[in-house]
Design a binder for this molecule. Structure first.
Ligand code: KG4
Ligand code: ZN
Length: 350
């Protein structure tokens, strides 16, 4: 493919957790390539991501993944206008591989370097998949490491409405799956198994849901729910009861989804949102998508719900390149001594 006049081609690099990914996106919206190598199988036998293994695997793969992204797009380094990389949040060793690679490329190719917040990038997966750019918009980011409810009042006018106070939504899925020895990552397995269970079988707690009136906030807390599942299993085993695992996971998922749906709809109402967007790995949860769609249709029928396709919900570099585009246009470039920022988030930036 020939580079078209005026199109800005950004090479995105993502290595924040257990996916090594490189992508080329034109003008922040047209994905020319998006190569993702998942390490899930490497980490599965440990029941979670092992940071040291993740870093080593990124190091082994990152250069060839970048080559693949160029080849798939039928481009060479000469066609690229900027290099974008995830600065954080994530695992420090994993982030450093991407950051060091991006800095080396930017230096050698004399290209501008753009540092991207991984959470902000998850939001851009929506725009890569046709979400309307209407404001105000409410965005629920639910991933393995983060649960954040955001308000977007205009392009780049992003503020956090609420965050998790402890476990992230995806973390809760993964930990409950680990306790039940279902495998890793737990989210997709629980999603599937829950379709065979009764979501009303066990009344697990819905934290921070009933704080109506002045106390109302958009924060989340899922560690109590995880503990309630563990306690339920412990007591049932002690009493010698038969445990219906599909019922347990369906009831757990329902409690978690109840909180996500209620708070997202309340935020959309409070801020007169025109659009609600989902992002992050847990955004691919079928129950969350269905329940949110139903609740919005009932309470706020004019609001448009958008969620990215499955492959853009989980970590990928196309969303990094897309998120970098406004920074590129505003010439917000990173210095060549850029460092990884594992604790970066949108609730308390910096
Ligand atoms: O966004 P992501 O790929 O990585 C992070 O940035 O954390 O999210 C991964 C998380 C994992 O916790 C995984 O269990 C969860 O997303 N997940 C799901 C589903 N698919 C992935 N959780 C619930 N239901 C799913 N269908
Ligand atoms: Zn992510």
């Amino acid at each position: 493919m020939q580079q078209q006049n005026k199109e800005t081609l950004i090479l995105g690099i993502e290595t924040s957790c257990d996916e090594t990914s490189a992508a080329i996106v034109a003008d922040g919206s047209r994905t020319l390539s998006n190569i993702v190598s998942s390490q899930v199988e490497l980490h599965a036998r440990f029941g979670g991501v092992v940071p040291e293994i993740a870093s080593r695997q990124h190091l082994l793969l990152v250069n060839s993944i970048i080559d693949d992204a160029l080849t798939r797009a039928d481009l060479t380094f000469k066609n690229i206008d900027a290099v974008a990389v995830t600065q954080g949040p994530g695992l420090v060793g994993a982030l450093l591989i991407g950051v060091a690679t991006a800095k080396a490329l930017a230096y050698a190719l004399r290209l501008p370097l753009v540092a991207v917040n991984h959470l902000e990038a998850h939001l851009y997966a929506n725009y890569l998949s046709g979400a309307p750019r209407d404001y105000p918009a409410v965005v629920l980011i639910v991933s393995g490491g983060h649960t954040e409810l955001l308000l977007l009042e205009g392009a780049e006018q992003l503020t956090a409405l609420g965050c998790t106070r402890d476990d992230a939504a995806g973390e809760a899925f993964d930990k409950v799956a680990r306790v039940l020895e279902l495998g890793y990552p737990g989210g997709p397995l629980i999603d599937k198994m829950a379709t065979h269970g009764n979501p009303a079988a066990i009344d697990f707690p819905r934290a921070l849901l009933n704080n109506n009136g002045e106390d109302y906030n958009f924060d989340f807390s899922f560690s109590g729910l995880k503990t309630a599942v563990i306690n339920h299993l412990y007591h049932a085993r002690r009493r010698g009861e038969n445990i219906n695992i599909p019922d347990v996971v369906a009831s757990f998922q329902e409690a978690l989804v109840d909180v996500l749906v209620e708070k997202t709809v309340a935020a959309a109402r409070a801020h007169s949102a025109k659009v609600v967007m989902l992002a992050g790995g847990v955004a691919s949860n079928s129950r969350l998508r269905l329940r949110l769609q139903e609740q919005l249709k009932k309470d706020l029928p004019a609001v448009i719900l958008h969620h990215p396709p499955l492959e853009l919900c989980t970590d990928n570099a196309a969303m990094i390149a897309a998120a970098a585009y406004p920074h590129y246009l505003a010439r917000r470039f990173a210095p060549l001594n850029l460092n990884a920022h594992p604790g970066l988030n949108l609730c308390s930036p910096g």
